[in-house]
Design a protein around this ligand. Structure first.
Ligand code: AHR
Length: 530
């Protein structure tokens, strides 16, 4: 579980500074409309497609029921993976999936999940609801699933309760192509060639559920363990160290100082918990309802979304000290909203409904990741199916796509795009004496040559007129899509799955190098300029 979260840091100034203001331009607090200036002729770093990564932990009904139903299920499936979910994920172009946890990872022993299914041991998932885990979904199933949806692979090793040998053997089992016993065993289990292992993490949240370690102790363990992790020839595997939660810069400092040379990436976890951003600050026990909320909670979630930018800046500054070439990536491998569980559900399953508020949080967060594309080179939203801020919800044979799914769909053209620096000036959205920028934005030039502009109006009450100046771009036409809904808490349910879906947006006007647009209240818009 998350370690104690810190109180909100430097609220307004920090949030305002990061609202897509990559150029750091001064804010015009009283301006009636927002101005976005895009340096279209000065492309910045590439937005790694892995920023659109997903996280699939053995938690609740995510793996069993949400992804895996088994080949004998009446639910239509491909070799046991539910067909509807596979199709929906393929449409998102999911670049990478992180598995098997989370807290589950540090109690997961990979040998439990290989070989004939009827001989795999049944364990108890002590972190998540105390339910039985029969290990039907193991390494082969994860790798096969990733290949099926066309995603890269990110496996999280067990440092907390496993051994160095166990972890080293797992890496070899997945990636080696030799005559060793481990490879023969993999072949006997049905896989001849090694899989591609893109990322491997040495533990998860070792400062909490992964072993309650101190940073110095972990740094030593990391160095020792990493020495023995040897992927097969030609593998692209990048190694990730457990990084900070939230704004824990002391953790970042220690790991970078002691072990930067041993790693390719440092992880960071950040959850947007509405109650933590309220005044007075709430508790972990009552995070706030996913669906029954008012404007104070809306503001708190939006405020929390902006806050991740402040924290990323803090960690990046420390990483710059030890790694000025930016070789080591910051990977935000757990992020998203965390609300109270759906009433009546098993609280250990972390099931929550997803509303327009979650979509707006996703859009702000993605804009911030784009602005930090030089250092943030992977992010994995928590989580993919049926858990926390999910893309997809399932109930038996039924499936519904959440508002967050639609944001990922609208933004997928940003995968691999060149980021375009931009500055936003304009009005604030204020609530209870605090303020955040009303408009969050980012821009990129896609691998298809299309320039994309993402604009979100976080204000749930007022439309936001925006003038976008695209310095150095001659576009002939503008098209777009918008995601909005009648209410802040509008959602998609199994009975009404189309309440919050993107539709064509024809209200952007192009004149010379300027696009004029009025963003409706509480809306996410993505424009394409060609
Ligand atoms: O995403 C749910 C849990 O949150 C993960 O298992 C853990 O890493 C974090 O505390």
């Amino acid at each position: 579980m998350i370690r104690a979260l810190r109180p909100t840091a430097g609220p307004i100034a920090a949030a305002v500074l990061l609202a897509g203001t990559a150029l750091g331009a001064p804010m015009a607090f009283a301006a009636p409309s927002a101005t976005v200036t895009v340096q279209a002729d000065h492309p910045g770093p590439v937005i790694a497609k892995e920023i659109y990564g997903q996280f699939a932990e053995h938690l609740g009904t995510q793996i069993y029921g949400g992804i895996w139903v088994g080949p004998d299920s009446p639910i239509p499936n491909i070799r046991g993976y539910r067909k509807d979910v596979v199709e929906a994920l393929k449409n998102l172009h999911v670049p990478v999936v992180r598995w098997p946890g989370g807290c589950f990872a540090d109690e997961y022993h990979w040998r439990d999940g290989i070989g004939p299914k009827d001989r795999r041991p049944v364990i108890v998932n002590t972190n998540w609801g105390g339910v039985e885990e029969n290990n039907a979904f193991g390494t082969h199933e994860f790798m096969d699933f990733s290949e099926l949806i066309g995603a890269g692979t990110y496996v999280n090793g067990n440092l907390g309760s496993g051994s160095v040998r166990e972890m080293a053997d797992w890496v070899a089992y997945m990636t080696a192509d030799n005559h060793g016993t481990l490879v023969q065993e993999r072949r006997a289990n049905g896989r001849d060639k090694p899989w591609t292992l893109n990322w491997f993490a040495v533990g998860n949240e070792v400062w909490g559920c992964g072993g309650n370690m101190r940073a110095d102790y972990y740094a030593d363990l990391l160095r020792q363990t990493r020495t023995f992790l040897k992927p097969g020839a030609g593998q692209p595997t990048k190694f990730i160290a457990v990084g900070p939660s939230d704004d824990d810069t002391a953790w970042t400092e220690t790991i970078m100082a002691r072990a930067a040379k041993e790693i390719d990436a440092l992880s960071m976890h950040y959850y947007d918990v509405a109650s933590f951003n309220m005044v007075p600050k709430g508790t972990w026990k009552v995070k706030g309802s996913a669906t029954e909320f008012g404007e104070a909670e809306w503001f708190a979630s939006v405020f929390g979304a902006y806050q991740i930018g402040t924290f990323i800046s803090h960690h990046s500054a420390i990483m710059d000290k030890y790694d000025p070439e930016k070789r080591v990536a910051l990977v935000v491998d757990e992020w998203g909203t965390w609300h109270d569980p759906t009433p009546g559900s098993n609280p250990g399953f972390l099931q929550q409904q997803n509303t327009l508020r979650d979509a707006v949080v996703a859009a702000i967060s993605l804009n911030i990741f784009h602005a930090h594309a030089d250092r943030v080179r992977m992010a994995n939203i928590a989580q993919m199916v049926n858990v926390l801020q999910a893309m997809i919800l399932t109930d038996g044979p039924r499936m519904v796509l959440t508002p967050t799914y639609h944001v990922f769909d609208m933004y997928k053209g940003f995968q691999g795009a060149a980021s375009l620096p931009l500055a936003v000036t304009g009005p604030d959205y204020s609530q209870g004496g605090r303020a955040v920028p009303a408009v969050s934005a980012s821009a990129g030039r896609g691998t298809d040559g299309v320039t994309r502009l993402a604009l979100t109006n976080v204000d749930p009450n007022k439309a936001a007129p925006v003038q976008v100046r695209l310095a150095g771009l001659k576009a002939g036409k503008v098209t777009g899509r918008i995601l909005t809904a009648p209410a802040m808490n509008s959602d998609n349910t199994f009975d009404h799955p189309q309440t919050v879906v993107p539709v064509a947006f024809g209200d952007a006007k192009l004149s010379g190098d300027t696009v004029s647009v009025t963003l409706p209240a509480k809306s996410v818009v993505v424009l394409e300029l060609q």
